[in-house]
Design a protein around this ligand. Structure first.
Ligand code: NAI
Ligand code: UGA
Length: 471
């Protein structure tokens, strides 16, 4: 079966870039990305490519090439569903904030709404692809909704799981050159095999066959949660060692290098930090913990929960270190934050460590001045307000946002590096030092600055996991 018309429900960080790449690589397929968020769709359609709702290096070029030819962004969800032979569901699956499983389970209400909408609208056979990250066995719920609420037995649905492994900031290169593409489907029936083959042939337009992996649906669903759990576990593992390094005159960068050269361990994802953020690691591990608990696997649940507890500890201890170093009070002191995004090369701030560090410091009445090259001012206030720690007006009063890093750092008692943006390494640090309060402290939560040079200028430095630079 040859796919001619794809619809993707959800024009977010995954749906937008993924479909842009499919459209660019498969000129014979018409790809329509739909969303209920009108503003987001308008931004995807903006003539000015710097206004795309997702910032990813290289994405603007791909959108420019395909948009209007075979890539379309629209709010006409029903129409796009009706016309498609393959429908990707790429809506958000956040942690539940209410009811059973609150704070742990994935909230599947958006997924269910999509399934019901597809069932209502479809008058021809559809292949429905789970692109969102979902708890293992969600496909059976989607299938039940599609089969029981659809337009009778004349319309047939096949469900595939095709989790996305792209990382933000490198989304385009991850999509163009993926380590693997995973497709889970019903390989026990001809119709199931045909659906798997249809999706394999879409990716086969640019991904080598040996990197397209097919499994049963449940393995595919669970592999996504497992991959994120393993990745986050590495960060928590190296962060746990960073604290021990600070006590023992070991250096976490040296330790990471030493263990990373063991091919069984590998060198990637061993950068100690102020803590991992992003929309998925925490959400997906909490979901995994919840699933394990529902099967009564308490030891399994506790094992993975520790990854989150370690991460929370890392963010908190970074903030507390700032407070204790600044003579046990930051009240009324200006602390400059360089970076607010959860990692470099993205404007995404979801679960960013910066939010939690700011929250701790605001509790101590610090005055925070933030500079981030990509994050919008309003987003920072929305992030803080979401924590609900204090009235919105207090967040507005406690945090200012600057368009210029030198302004943000002027008269500051301390600078905290919260995101590893490359441009921070190129600043005129002498100029920054000259305009700061003395002693001028730097807390490098990302391990990106050259401490020797900064110390020569006169800064007092702290870097995650580096005991030699302990204060
Ligand atoms: N952000 C990332 O880097 C990655 C995310 N994922 C997973 O992909 C899924 C989507 O994540 P993001 O793209 O980051 O989320 P997002 O929040 O950026 O985008 C989701 C979009 O779906 C739309 N939506 C929700 N319900 C809808 C409906 N019924 N009809 C039409 N549109 C609807 C929302 O308006 C929103 O624009 C999640 O399950 C996430 O875990 C997987 C890999 C990477
Ligand atoms: O499911 C998802 O959403 C995605 O989650 C992560 O991607 P992402 O969160 O975009 O970014 P990462 O590069 O994984 O970084 C996550 C966090 O860990 C931190 N990190 C990462 C690596 C490291 O060595 N140290 C470290 O502190 C980053 O700064 C960031 O805050 C995974 O890497 C993707 O494979 C996955 O598809």
């Amino acid at each position: 079966m040859k796919i001619k018309n794809i619809c993707c429900i959800g024009a977010g960080y995954v749906g937008g870039p993924t479909m842009a790449v499919i459209a660019q690589k498969c000129p014979a397929i018409k790809v329509t990305v739909v969303d209920i968020n009108e503003q987001r769709i308008a931004a995807w359609n903006d003539e000015d490519l710097s206004k795309l709702p997702v910032y990813e290096p290289g994405l603007d070029e791909i959108v420019a090439q395909a948009r209007g030819k075979n890539l379309f962004f629209s709010t006409q969800v029903d129409e796009a569903i009706a016309a498609a032979d393959m429908i990707f569901i790429s809506v958000n699956t956040p942690t539940k904030t209410y009811g059973k499983g609150k704070g742990m389970a994935a909230d599947l209400k958006y997924i269910e709404l999509c399934a019901r909408q597809i069932a209502r609208v479809a008058t021809s056979d559809k292949i429905v692809v789970e692109k969102s990250t979902l708890p293992v066995r969600t496909a059976s719920a989607i299938k039940s909704i599609l089969d029981n609420t659809g337009n009778g037995s004349s319309v047939k649905f096949q469900i595939l799981s095709n989790p996305e492994f792209l990382a933000e900031g490198t989304a385009v290169s991850d999509l163009l050159n993926p380590d693997r593409v995973l497709i889970g489907g019903d390989n026990t029936t001809d119709a199931g095999k045909e659906a798997i083959e249809a999706l394999v042939s879409v990716y086969g337009q640019w991904v080598p066959q040996e990197r397209i992996l097919t499994t049963n649906v449940w393995s595919s669903e669970l592999s996504k949660l497992t991959a994120n759990a393993f990745l986050a576990q590495r960060v928590s593992s190296i962060n746990a060692m960073s604290e021990l390094c600070e006590k023992t005159e070991a250096d976490v960068n040296e330790v990471a290098r030493a263990i990373g050269m063991d091919s069984r361990i590998g060198a990637k994802f061993l950068k100690a930090s102020v803590g991992f953020g992003g929309s998925c690691f925490q959400k997906d591990i909490l979901n995994l913990v919840y699933i394990a608990k529902t099967y009564g696997l308490n030891e399994v649940a506790d094992y993975w929960e520790q990854v989150i507890l370690m991460n929370d500890h890392q963010k908190r201890r970074f903030a507390h270190n700032i407070i204790s170093t600044l003579f046990n009070t930051v009240s009324g002191k200006k602390i400059a934050f360089l970076g607010w995004a959860f990692k470099k090369d993205t404007n995404d701030t979801r679960e960013s460590a910066a939010i939690y560090v700011a929250d701790e410091l605001l509790n101590e009445q610090a005055q925070i001045a933030v500079y981030d090259p990509k994050v919008q001012t309003q987003q920072m206030y929305t992030d803080l307000d979401y924590l609900n720690t204090r009235p919105s007006a207090a967040n507005q009063a406690g945090l200012t946002v600057h368009q210029n890093p030198y302004e943000a750092c002027k008269d500051a008692h301390a600078i905290a590096i919260l995101t590893e943006w490359d441009e921070f390494k190129t600043y005129d640090w002498q100029k920054i030092y000259d305009q700061m309060q003395k002693p001028a402290f730097i807390f490098d939560g990302r391990g990106i600055l050259n401490l020797e040079e900064l110390e020569k200028i006169g800064f007092v430095c702290y870097q995650i996991g580096s005991s030699a630079k302990q204060l």
